[in-house]
Design a protein around this ligand. Sequence first.
Ligand code: SAM
Length: 214
Amino acid sequence: MVNFKKARERMVEAQVMARGVQDERVLEAMRKVPRHLFVDEALRDQAYSDHPLPIAENQTISQPFIVGLMTESLQLKGGEKVLEIGTGSGYQAAVLAELAGRVFSIERFPDLGYRANATLRKLGYENVIIRVGDGSLGWPDDAPFDGIIVTAGTPQIPQPLIDQLVPGGRLIVPVGDRTAQDLILVERAPEGVRKTNLGGVRFVNLVGKWGWKE
Ligand code: SAM
């Protein structure tokens, strides 16, 4: 029987902190969110391992370090409105919910969206709203957002997401081909957008108007 709390502490220290994530609020959120409850029961023992894991619909829950890196890049201080594209298991949304005021998350597959919603409700996260649809179009009704996180790889940065950032807002998105991408941080400043490459990653495809066509 795995001691999940201990496994989580080890995960944060050996995988997330060791690779340079320093924001104490992010580390604390990752020590708290029970990642094993976001995967199938048969995979729970691997939930704190240093790799992504399969979820339904041939999708994945991202590697813990990547969750830490992407979350840290948003520089959340508390109270922000954040948009996530690619709800998947709901794990990343839970980490964001610990750090921001409100989290809006969009998932393409209804089945994943419903399941993630059920998990988050069961764990008491009341500041997350999940919608099923094409997240590459953003969430215009509730825009603008202080931070936007895209957890699927896209050939181009969806323009609606840049448009839905507040001035000074931050967008983190994996951009590249179908098998390998660079993690691009976009900062929206009054004089334009600034882009920084945070390094190579491998994400499942963003499928939608501004992403891949299936
Ligand atoms: N953030 C998730 C988590 O914590 O489990 C992991 C997400 S998984 C790597 C990527 C997700 O993006 C998949 O669930 C996939 O169905 C979803 N996705 C792909 N294209 C999408 C789109 N256009 N709109 C919304 N979700 C999309």
